[in-house]
Design a protein. Structure first.
Length: 115
């Protein structure tokens, strides 16, 4: 008798609250809440802290790259970066090589906050 890798799931017995995807999303939500609590002392949210960490580790240089790395919508990333820039933690600078590209850089305060 052969088994398929997805034999656990069937239409007649499937419940959302037992699916791996649902449980992973629940864990991510709980972790985000914990990070929110800890970042509140720095005036940040979980969503605002992540780009600072990613930028500080050199994982990306542009908003488009950040959206890919963080698995976020580019429009949402732009709004998020607006808020972080308003706090003086990042700055946007035009690329000298390609004027269409806007690079992201941590400010001194941004580097301190990310640390």
């Amino acid at each position: 008798m052969s088994t398929t890798p997805y034999q656990h799931y069937s239409a007649s017995t499937f419940t959302v609250d037992e699916s791996v995807g649902y449980l992973l999303r629940q864990i991510a939500g709980i972790m985000g809440g914990i990070v929110d609590e800890r970042m509140a002392a720095h005036g940040l949210t979980d969503a605002q802290w992540k780009p600072l960490l990613i930028l500080s580790q050199g994982k990306c240089q542009t908003a488009a790259e950040l959206a890919r790395v963080a698995c976020c919508d580019a429009g949402a990333v732009t709004r998020l970066l607006d808020r972080i820039e308003g706090k003086g933690l990042i700055q946007r600078t035009r690329s000298q090589a390609d004027r269409r590209v806007v690079n992201l850089e941590l400010t001194d305060d941004g580097r301190q906050t990310a640390a």
